[in-house]
Design a protein around this ligand. Structure first.
Ligand code: ATP
Ligand code: MG
Length: 259
């Protein structure tokens, strides 16, 4: 069964895009068929996958507006063996243009149906806002991954996100669940980070992924080469962490299947 995961946090710069791109490459490395959906007008996941956002013939914007199918708009990542439904600045207009359209929150979900059987994983990179684009991500998804930095303000805003997820579940997408909180850019030498990390585990228990993503320069460099870190430096701690996260997720899904 395909797993559709929205990578979401309305807080900016917490590692959503880095996670989506590197997880896509890591799952593809394990022979999973992966579609990455870039739902952010910044187009960072598109560029980080080696696709030039300025040259797009069509993008997720056209799909949301119903002018193109996913099959028409998707592209193969430059390296990494996964597909990308790309985005660029045009997508910023979708918010306004969708407002008067019927079922405006369901447009991604509906357009994905035609290709969904071709994939094992669909990973949706959401923008840093609780807006209509993110709502489309949450309505298309079955589970949510929340990347967060272990810092003082990390928990602030989490309750807004959890409330939004609850509302979406109540009205639009009854199957939606939080799969897990992912600790990103972790620096074990930082006492506060250790503290916040322990708090997260205490509050959220097994909703916190065991895998912790360290702060690692290779992860930050890789997008400038238009590739996931796996192809930039395979041995780096960052690459290894995302491979481990993919392993943890594959394990999770085999447990679900067995149950
Ligand atoms: P936005 O909210 O703007 O979409 P985001 O949540 O998608 O941001 P990223 O773009 O993934 O966050 O990361 C923000 C910045 O931090 C980027 O410059 C990225 O390269 C860097 N970064 C992300 N994760 C790590 C990490 N584990 N180690 C070092 N740098 C990282
Ligand atoms: Mg991003």
């Amino acid at each position: 069964m395909v797993r559709v995961l929205a990578v979401t946090n309305q807080k900016g710069g917490v590692g959503k895009t880095t996670t989506t791109v590197n997880l896509a490459a890591s799952l593809a490395e394990s022979k999973q068929r992966v579609l990455l959906v870039d739902l952010d007008p910044q187009g960072n996941a598109t560029m980080g996958s080696g696709i030039e956002k300025r040259d797009l013939q069509s993008s997720v914007y056209d799909v949301l507006l119903g002018n193109k199918t996913v099959a028409q708009a998707r592209k193969a990542a430059g390296v990494g063996g996964y597909d990308v439904l790309p985005a660029n600045r045009e997508l910023a207009g979708a918010e306004v243009e969708l407002v008067d359209m019927p079922k405006r929150e369901m447009r991604l979900q509906e357009s994905l149906q035609a290709v969904i059987s071709e994939y094992d994983y669909v990973l949706i990179d959401c923008p840093p806002a609780l807006n209509l684009l993110t709502l489309n991500g949450l309505c298309a998804a079955k589970t949510v991954m929340i990347p967060m930095q272990c810092e003082y303000y990390a928990l602030e805003g989490l309750s807004d996100l959890v409330n939004t997820i609850r509302k979406v579940r109540a009205s639009l997408n009854p199957v939606l669940e939080i799969e897990g909180l992912l600790r990103t850019m972790f620096d074990p030498r930082n006492a506060l980070a250790q503290q916040v990390s322990a708090q997260l585990e205490a509050h959220f228990g097994d909703k916190v992924y065991r895998t912790v993503i360290p702060r690692n320069i290779r992860l930050a460099e890789a997008p400038s080469y238009g590739m996931p870190a796996l192809y930039h430096d395979r041995t780096s701690k960052g690459t290894q962490a995302y491979l481990a996260l993919a392993g943890e997720m594959l394990n999770l899904s085999s447990k679900i299947k067995a149950a």
